[in-house]
Design a protein around this ligand. Structure first.
Ligand code: IZC
Ligand code: ZN
Length: 419
């Protein structure tokens, strides 16, 4: 079946291939009065109506039409860092932080990640599945068509596996595509405090061999008081032997040479980087490691924001994500993350759009499939109810999504989920 999206006041193609750095992060490839022809879930042609009718006369005549006049048409958003599958909520800790406690104080007192680990262990498969499914519906309404999802609230294989199996089922049943990451090293279990290396051995010897095709990536929380750079290195190197691609939660709370480690182990991305060093940023640029920046975490922890401007100016490819999790960033709203990046991280209106589409796809190895509106890519498309892309951040705090297509199928129509 063919679909013809017509008359977009701006159609953003996101030109180029691979990671976008420097000036390429400002090039949206705008086509005014833009049209797009979709066939069998893939983009067949993008351009003016004249070009499409000339090159595909029969198909364009019989296609189902979607009128995008007065709207921006752009690639579906990609949330390339989330902890979607988890039990429970942590609003009480939020109030503790508002009363002066810090994120790490709460975690060290057995709350934080430990609190969610307990709730995730207690939850049944179905409870985790339905909770995550509802959050995915919200994300889809906000224009997300692909999401990366981490385990990490198990700290023991059976619960890690439960999370990964929930993510796998969601990938089959929900419209949003899910890309999975194993994160056995998200915290040190309370009964391994003081014997951290013994738990690292368990991850390497007992968990990694069982991940198999349940995940594509292997992530570690490299942070003072959690995993040291050396422990993180061992886990990431071991994961490579099972085909798991390294990612790192790096330099989130204290500088810890996480960015340097990401470059050294050949990670596809390094996440957070709120306090990454100049040297680490330089090394990431050299290796083409994507910086996945999570401004929702800085906002919600009332912490300093990552130095996105400096990173982009240093040649690092930058992506943005929500970090959706019950502790440090309980939001699925990627449009708000773009706004925070403009307001607090020195990013421009163009850069935040590349950071949530083309570069986000690169951060999870999906750039051949999605993240740009080019012929041959999957038709993951969002129609935003604004006449130009600058209004996306100008009218902030509202959801601009009108229509979402996933694999060429309309899944959100007039701001409503299509069932
Ligand atoms: O549950 O607090 N930083 N991991 C590393 C998190 C935040 C998630 C959480
Ligand atoms: Zn995270």
């Amino acid at each position: 079946m063919a679909i013809l999206i017509k008359n977009a006041s701006q159609l953003l193609t996101m030109p180029g291939e691979g990671v976008r750095v420097g000036q390429a992060m400002r090039d949206l490839g705008i086509i005014e009065r833009g049209c797009m022809l979709i066939e069998d879930g893939y983009i067949l042609e993008v351009g003016s109506i004249e070009k499409i009718e000339r090159e595909h006369p029969v198909l364009s005549e019989h296609a189902e039409e979607i009128d995008a006049s007065g709207c921006v048409v752009m690639p579906g958003l990609i949330d390339c860092h989330t902890h979607l599958v988890h039990g429970g909520t942590r609003e009480n800790e939020f109030n503790m932080r508002l009363n002066g406690a810090s994120y790490m104080d709460i975690m060290n007192a057995g709350g934080g990640i430990y609190a969610t680990t307990k709730r995730t262990a207690e939850a049944t498969f179905d409870e985790l599945y339905y909770k995550a499914y509802r959050h995915l519906n919200d994300a889809l309404l906000y224009g997300v068509t692909t999401m990366e999802v981490k385990s990490g609230y198990g700290l023991q294989w059976p619960v890690e596996e439960k999370q990964l199996r929930v993510a796998r089922k969601l990938n089959k049943t929900h419209k949003i595509s899910i890309v999975s990451t194993f994160m056995g090293a998200h915290a040190i279990p309370l009964d391994y405090q003081g014997q951290e290396d013994a738990f690292v051995d368990i991850i390497i010897d007992e968990m990694l061999p069982q991940v198999d095709d349940l995940a594509t990536f292997n992530d570690v929380f490299c942070e003072h008081g959690v995993y040291t750079p050396e422990q993180a290195r061992r886990i990431l190197e071991a994961g490579k032997q099972y085909g798991l691609i390294p990612k790192i939660h790096a330099d989130e709370i204290e500088p810890y040479e996480g960015a340097e480690l990401a470059a050294k182990v050949g990670a596809i991305s390094a996440e957070h980087l709120l306090v990454a060093s100049d040297r680490g940023i330089e090394q990431m640029a050299k290796q083409g490691v994507v910086a996945v920046l999570l401004p929702g975490t800085a906002f919600f922890l009332q912490a300093p924001y990552a130095r996105a401007r400096y990173m982009i100016d240093s040649g690092v490819p930058v992506a943005l994500a929500t970090d959706f999790n019950p502790g440090s960033s309980p939001t699925i709203n990627l449009q708000f993350m773009m706004n925070l990046a403009c307001m607090h991280m020195g990013m421009t209106l163009e850069e935040v759009l590349i950071a949530t589409t083309a570069n986000a796809a690169c951060a999870i190895g999906r750039e051949n499939i999605t993240g740009a509106l080019h012929a041959g890519k999957k038709a993951d498309v969002v129609i935003m109810d604004v006449p130009n892309y600058k209004q996306l951040q100008y009218y902030y705090g509202v959801n601009h999504v009108k229509t979402v297509l996933k694999n060429g199928e309309v899944v959100v129509n007039n701001k409503q989920l299509v069932h």
